[in-house]
Design a protein around this ligand. Structure first.
Ligand code: PHE
Ligand code: FE
Length: 307
């Protein structure tokens, strides 16, 4: 048997369970699951479909003129709409034809290595379950709406699709190098894939999945005077802490997906080595050398809580 087959236990299909992080006295404890599950589409309730529809309609309305054109066009091209929760298999037809990516269903957050392994093989793990109606405005962990509405559309873009696969390969490498390299790479993911902004001829636009899947942050990221908006800088980002329980204090702005790809193409190993031991930059701090597109007012910021 092909040895690599044994490396992929995650690909065996398991029954779908709804797994959320568990609240404990230390906050939310991640429950890592590794199984790939078939999307139990028949089992979604009318309330589940209604939650998807309400979120879809609200965000689409908000995102016209706020999200980048590639994102909105890709949602339409894939056939996502407000009618019902999309079937992964149906989306995969358009997605795989466009860029060779596929969605696979998962129960929730994956351990880093499993996540990287999927990305490196052009598979994007999507949480199969959707938040409850009382979680419409906020849920601590990624659910179907965040993963599918937020992350999947840009996988239709050939350049962004390559970036995500390269990120997965880079993750496998960083994982072998140790915790510091992994942390630097995670910051890059955070400030691009999750919370990235893009400068277009029509103005600043959103492409980060953590922003497009949040009403509050979609408004905040572009319009608020509070956050810094800083030109993309790989090594700077690798040193910058971030927020997981509030809007970001700083956003980094790319000129286009080609710039992102060009800036991240080189081997990161020498960069990790050079940055080793370098002091972290607090999430809200500006530095000499930053391309400051907007100096944040810092209004409403809490001092604690950077990770
Ligand atoms: N070039 C990076 C490395 O060597 C991999 C990577 C590519 C990471 C693109 C992110 C995005 O680790
Ligand atoms: Fe995400």
């Amino acid at each position: 048997m092909d040895a690599r087959f044994h490396r992929l236990p995650a690909m065996s299909t398991a029954p779908a369970r709804r797994v959320e992080r568990l609240p404990s006295d230390k906050g939310y404890v991640p429950v890592y699951t590794t199984a790939v599950v078939a999307q139990p589409w028949q089992d979604y309730s009318a309330a589940d479909h209604a939650t998807w529809g309400a979120l879809y309609r609200r965000q689409r309305e908000l995102l016209v003129g706020r999200a980048c054109d590639e994102f909105l066009a890709a949602q339409d091209a894939m056939g996502m709409d407000a009618q019902h929760i999309p079937r992964f298999e149906q989306l995969n037809e358009a997605l795989h034809t466009a860029t060779g990516w596929r969605i696979v269903g998962v129960e929730g957050l994956l351990p880093e290595l499993d996540f990287f392994e999927h990305l490196a093989h052009r598979r994007f793990p999507v949480t199969w379950w959707i938040r409850r109606p009382d979680q419409i405005d906020y849920i601590a962990e990624p659910d179907l709406f965040h993963d599918l509405f937020g992350h999947v559309p840009l996988l239709m873009d050939p350049v962004f699709a390559n970036y995500m696969q390269a990120y997965g390969r880079g993750g496998l490498k960083a994982h072998g190098l140790g915790a510091e390299a992994l942390q630097r790479l995670t910051r890059l993911y955070w400030y691009t894939v999750e919370f990235g902004l893009i400068a277009t001829p029509a103005g600043l636009r959103i492409y980060g999945a953590g922003i497009v899947s949040s009403k509050g942050e979609s408004l905040h990221a572009l319009a608020s005077a509070a956050p810094n908006r800083i030109g993309f800088d790989l090594e700077r980002i690798m040193c910058t802490r971030y927020r997981i329980d509030s809007f970001q204090k700083s956003y980094f702005v790319i000129d286009g997906f080609e710039q992102l790809m060009a800036a991240t193409g080189a081997d990161f190993s020498p960069i990790y080595a050079r940055l080793s031991g370098r002091a972290d930059i607090p999430a809200g701090e500006l530095r000499e050398g930053d391309t400051v597109l907007q100096r944040g007012s810092g209004e409403g910021w809490r001092d604690d809580g950077d990770v």
